[in-house]
Design a binder for this molecule. Sequence first.
Ligand SMILES: [Zn+2]
Length: 271
Amino acid sequence: MFHSSVAIMLCASFAAATGESPFVVALDPGHGGSNRGAPTARPDLYEKHLTLEIARLVQRRLLGEPGLKIVLCRTGDILVPIRARTRCANQAGARLFVSIHANAASAEEGPGSQRGFEIFVLPASDVDQEVARAALLADDDTQAAWDAHRARTTAVDSLAAARRIRWRLSDALGADRDRGIKQAGATLDVLQGLDMPAVLVEVGFLDHAEEGPFLLSDRGKKTVANALAGAITDLRSRELRGQRDPLTTAPPGQRPGPAAGRAARVSGARP
Ligand SMILES: [Zn+2]
């Protein structure tokens, strides 16, 4: 049964989403400080440097874009705890959270043997946990119904955001670099406890002989950053038009990634 109070709150939410308030996006540059992430061919350069540079490029690219505000949840080479990253996004009132990472092949796969980008969203079991947690914390049944509804629609929106980012990265980097959208194979702690749709993007493999140097080059960083910025403006436009989960159409010629559904390696400890 659809509670009338929930309907009223839904309308209020929709009005807020389509009103004058800026579309705030929280970018989370993975790792930082002593948590260096995946290594590169250069001893002084790690994943943590690349993720911050890409986030800054996205922010710069979208500076002055009407109705958009980009918040960085790590602004320097410092260790930021996972909960501080989620708090940053929640307190900023973000409507989208994008955690940026880069990969390295596991020992079993063989160093340098993998390439391509992949995007993670929380698995359904984690979403169910969030729904149960919200129900426990709610003051009454109406609030519980609203919180459960919001948790489930946020999961749907996360998938829509992942599809849009996949589309843009595939367009920019090539469909043969597309490893798909996944819900397992990486540590996704940073996507938990967020009030908004959230994705984690692994932009490519730093240990691959071609992809690693490309990602670290100015052209590579700009290519990835422009694709992420494009996806953000797409999602902002879709929200303005009040569309829900409209991003399900794969681009022409796109095929599922070669490793879609396969467990991915973890590029060092999160965050
Ligand atoms: Zn990482």
